[in-house]
Design a binder for this molecule. Structure first.
Ligand SMILES: *[C@@H]1O[C@H](CO)[C@@H](O)[C@H](O)[C@H]1NC(C)=O
Ligand SMILES: *[C@@H]1O[C@H](CO)[C@@H](O)[C@H](O)[C@H]1NC(C)=O
Ligand SMILES: *[C@@H]1O[C@H](CO)[C@@H](O)[C@H](O)[C@H]1NC(C)=O
Ligand SMILES: *[C@@H]1O[C@H](CO)[C@@H](O)[C@H](O)[C@H]1NC(C)=O
Length: 939
């Protein structure tokens, strides 16, 4: 029996912060994003010649290259080539090839189409790749040989290069010594055309200069200039310069979009067509098939303020003429067109908010039409651009799928009118995120606030009314009860939908409001795998170009600030609309009455603390902190506003107590000196501005980040040490410091338990005695940390976990506090007292246990910040990470002691109870008889 008890106890003591296998993918979610896809670098393509299904490839506005499975929208692979300078990204693939080729900045890279492995890479030093095409040559080259790439490079001198498709080696270079602006390259089976923009006089229009090159040698064959300068005054007027089409065309419009001019590249004739004149045109887009052997047809799309229309043109290759074939009438909805080819046939797909239809390029008869289902995720959004694949059998389109980018940043696959998946790609540019409460909780809090501000009688009446109102939900609740109970016992663990939030017993559903760099604001439900509840663009509230919005949460609304405007926007966190009331006098629920908020500003290297005065918006500066000369402040972290501490002391093995230094006003400031290669850490009291503790580290690589965090009575930070004396000593250090009132157990230090010392003027009341006793320890870790956070729970009883972000492995790791306790005994084994406390022997190296990886198999890219919040139960903290990717999970650093695991067998428990009950029924009479008998027996 005792053995079992001991075993049970041991099981409780073991560090149990691992993610269980059955929890992975269930409690967490990950949006592996690409970012908004670039239109001309998004396509369906078979990953290799014999493949049955194609993948969807794209390079995003942020130059992330990826392949998406069109079936379910999952990411197959993704690459983010780092390059300086950046520029627009290009991505190309050719039929029957097993590579895709990208160009970002100065790097041209071929990736294996099926798994994203790097095949070759070529660097055009100091230059930027302006355009990239794959050379489709019919002569001599056998099918399975890798097709060569043509790149247009701009730099000190411009050039066109042919790169070997197998190795990336440069085969030839054509140098352009003129001052023209390189624009594009276009290839036909026999010739390479290099198109540049030539302007004779400054301020005049641009002439299009076409240089034809031999694909074999790269020698100039011909050169001519099109007198387009009366029409083209900016690059935007050039609508299209065709690539890899049977008849590459150049098309441009004038400033008013009144004519469209088309030139078949290689000829000097320019055909001119009037654009449809019904409504003023806002944009012209040309869609042409991307294959060499398809029919030379193309479609010109005219976008107006309300809708769109199109005209289809045919090119006669023999006569070198362009003619209008038919038009597609204007629709009064926003929409776009895409091209799809099968063999030589070309199909155009029209994608609008509520319909997808297919026409052939030869005639205007509709081959297939699918009404599109409306989805709340796409409310008030319209298609911006798309790519499609269609299947046409004997004159009718039997299937069509289109990957459509909507104006609200959702990338959606519509298959035969049904929405197969949506990817919230706009979240890849998240700039700030805050926690908010769910609508239901929010309204209850508002009601309670009303009651708080009334006299007793009216508050009581209000409360009774509220309960009567709540009764209206009772019948539905009661009806649902048997189903819920039954479901709990036999059913599968359900995925709670947002609609039945009332059943969120554990408080796992919380909103996170995310702002993106270009001014989009969205609310995600962390408990429902990050479902997007609403998604708005902030330009509807403020007419400005957003640069980097930051958020601050208040009860019921969020405050948005941006460098592009003064003041704040207040957005209702429930609806995404403007907040109807803004509570300017209350600081939200965390700040108790009489408590004041200190805000920090870092200006010109000086950190200033300011008290917020009664009418908010006004602040009163109270102190300033400036590091010694030569040092520069790189960051500061304050203790969270809500940081509950369950125990004011730490009970040691011998039952004595080490009192924690619990100052709510701690700020940790990090400063570096580039010259001296040092980093200094300053611990300040934010109420008085008093310096409590400093630390200095030498041989620091000051160019690397120094993340830090502070919680309860401890803080931690991390540095990169790079000694010039011994270069092999470069490494990453994690430093953890505990703050105690006194080094001695059972001693409360000079201040004692007195509660009337002043935080604002500590030195006058008690000397500067209120300084903490600091215990520090450093650990060597294998990789650089870019960000740190600490888990949060409701009461702070659960031990905390340090969450670190490791960019080199794209992971987030939760280190249990126990492993980074500065009191770990150094150079000896722990004595029995220390063992009882759970301390383990200190080792300088802290291996990052794979069990601690919160992200397990996920690769979370580009994480900027990790935010944590309490859940409804004490054991569990909610974690949300954002940046390029979005990741959410929950952690239970001391094991989920207040909730039953998923594996708990409820049926077995019920059966056991029933069996015990039956047992009691049988045994009770026996026991009673025995007792009576024993009373009658004479000892
Ligand atoms: C995406 O681009 C923006 C602006 O160019 C940059 O700030 C951000 O760091 C980029 N994200 C990634 C993951 O590179
Ligand atoms: C935690 O979430 C609540 C809303 O549920 C919010 O009021 C509070 O500020 C959040 N805490 C932190 C540290 O963000
Ligand atoms: C937010 O919207 C909800 C629903 O319309 C409303 O009840 C609430 O009062 C609004 N909150 C604020 C702060 O405007
Ligand atoms: C509290 O402050 C008052 C006045 O400042 C002083 O007279 C008193 O001794 C203090 N009490 C303690 C316990 O320090």
């Amino acid at each position: 029996m005792r053995l079992y008890a001991a075993l049970g106890l041991a099981a409780c003591l073991a560090p149990v912060s691992a993610i269980f296998e059955d929890d992975a993918y269930h409690i967490d979610f990950h949006y592996a994003l690409l970012g908004l896809p670039n239109h001309d670098a998004t396509f369906f393509q078979k990953p290799y010649g014999a493949s049955k299904a194609s993948l969807l490839y794209s390079i995003s506005e942020n130059q992330t290259i990826g392949a998406i499975n069109p079936k379910d929208g999952t990411l197959v692979w993704r690459q983010h080539p780092a390059s300086e300078p950046r520029g627009r990204g290009h991505l190309r693939a050719a039929d029957e090839q097993d590579t895709v080729v990208s160009a970002v900045g100065n790097r041209v890279t071929a990736w294996s189409s099926s798994d994203g492995r790097l095949v070759w890479e070529t660097n055009v030093d100091g230059s930027v790749v302006e355009d990239l095409e794959i050379l489709e040559q019919e002569d001599g080259i056998t099918k399975d040989e890798a097709k060569d790439a043509i790149v247009l490079v701009s730099g000190t001198s411009h050039s066109v290069k042919r790169l070997d498709g197998k190795t990336g080696r440069i085969k030839w270079t054509y140098e352009d010594s003129s001052n023209d602006t390189p624009f594009q390259v276009s290839t036909s089976p026999t010739t390479i055309y290099y198109i540049s923009l030539h302007s004779s006089i400054i301020g005049a229009g641009l002439k299009l200069k076409v240089t034809s090159l031999s694909p074999i040698t790269g020698k100039k064959l011909d050169q001519y200039t099109l007198s387009s300068d009366t029409d083209i005054t900016s690059r935007d007027h050039i609508v299209f310069a065709g690539a890899n089409t049977a008849a590459p065309v150049l098309a441009w419009t004038d400033k008013d979009y009144s004519v469209i001019k088309v030139n078949i590249i290689g000829t000097k004739t320019v055909a001119s067509f009037d654009t449809p004149g019904e409504s003023p045109i806002e944009k012209v887009v040309l869609h042409a098939p991307g294959h060499v052997n398809s029919q030379p047809h193309f479609l010109v799309e005219y976008q107006t303020y309300f809708g769109h229309s199109a005209e289809v043109f045919h090119v006669d290759l023999k006569k070198n003429t362009v003619s209008k074939a038919y038009s597609l009438l204007e629709l009064q909805t926003k929409g776009t067109f895409t091209t799809s080819t099968t063999d030589a046939n070309v199909y155009f797909v029209r994608v609008t908010e509520d319909e997808v239809s297919v026409v052939s390029s030869a005639s205007h008869g509709v081959l297939g039409r699918w009404p599109t289902a409306r989805s709340p995720a796409l409310a008030r959004a319209y298609p911006v651009h798309a790519v499609s694949e269609v299947v046409v059998k004997s004159g009718t389109a039997t299937a069509a799928r289109s990957a459509i980018l909507f104006s609200n940043g959702q990338w959606v696959l519509v298959r035969n009118g049904d929405i197969a998946w949506t990817r919230p790609e706009f979240l890849a540019q998240a700039s700030s995120a805050v926690w908010a409460r769910l609508p239901e909780v929010e309204s209850l809090a508002a009601e309670l606030e009303v009651e708080q501000h009334q006299n007793v009688v009216s508050a009581y009446i209000h409360r009774v009314k509220r309960h009567i109102q709540d009764l209206e939900h009772f019948p539905a609740w009661a009806q649902n009860l048997p189903r819920r109970l039954l479901g709990n016992v036999v059913g599968k663990p359900k995925q709670t939908a947002v609609d039945n939030i009332q059943q969120d017993t554990f408080g796992f559903h919380k909103l996170v409001i995310v702002a993106t760099e270009n001014g989009r604001l969205a609310a995600l439900d962390v408990g429902a795998r990050g479902k997007v509840l609403w998604n708005v663009h902030l330009t509807q509230f403020a007419d400005t170009v957003f640069e980097y919005p930051t958020l601050r949460a208040h009860s019921g609304y969020v405050e948005v600030k941006d460098p592009s405007f003064e003041g704040s926007l207040f957005i209702n966190s429930t609806t995404g609309g403007t907040a109807s009331y803004v509570n300017l006098h209350l600081h939200g629920p965390q700040v108790a009455k009489g408590q004041k908020l200190v805000s920090f500003t870092l200006t010109n290297g000086v950190l200033k603390g300011a008290l917020e005065t009664e009418n908010r918006g006004n602040t009163e500066s109270v102190w300033a902190f400036e590091p010694p000369s030569g040092e520069r402040i790189v960051g500061f972290t304050a203790r969270p506003l809500k940081d509950p501490v369950a125990s004011i002391g730490k009970v040691l093995g011998d039952r004595s107590v080490l009192y924690k230094y619990l100052n709510p006003n701690l700020v940790l400031v990090t400063a570096v000196s580039e010259l001296a290669r040092t980093a200094s850490i300053y611990l300040l009291d934010s109420a008085s501005g008093q310096l409590l503790h400093t630390m200095l580290h030498s041989d620091v690589d000051t160019s690397r980040p120094i993340p830090s965090t502070i919680s309860e009575n401890w803080f931690s930070y991390s540095l990169t040490i790079d000694s010039t004396a011994s270069p092999e000593s470069r490494g990453h250090q994690l430093i953890v410091s505990d703050l105690y009132e006194s080094p001695l157990p059972d001693d409360r230090g000079p201040l004692g338990a007195s509660s009337n010392s002043s935080t604002v003027k500590p030195s006058r009341s008690q000397g500067d005695a209120a300084k903490p006793y600091v215990l520090s320890q450093s650990y060597q870790i294998a990789a650089e940390i870019s960000h740190m956070a600490v888990t949060q729970t409701r009461q702070g009883i659960t031990s905390r976990e340090l969450l670190i972000t490791i960019p080199s492995t794209s992971s987030i790791i939760g280190i249990p506090r126990q492993f980074i306790d500065p009191r770990r005994p150094v150079g000896r084994d722990p004595n029995p007292n220390e063992q009882a406390e759970g301390l383990i022997k200190y080792t300088p190296l802290l291996p990052l246990d794979s069990k601690w990886h919160l992200t397990h198999k996920y690769e979370v890219l580009g994480i900027k910040d990790v935010i944590t919040n309490e859940s409804g139960i004490e054991s569990t903290s909610l974690v949300f990470a954002y940046g390029h990717d979005i990741f959410g999970t929950r952690v239970a650093p001391s094991f989920a002691f207040d909730i039953l695991g998923k594996g708990f067998n409820k049926i077995q428990m019920l059966l056991t109870v029933a069996a015990l009950f039956v047992g009691v029924l049988f045994v009770a009479p026996l026991v009673r008889r025995k007792q009576i008998n024993s009373l009658w027996t004479i000892p």
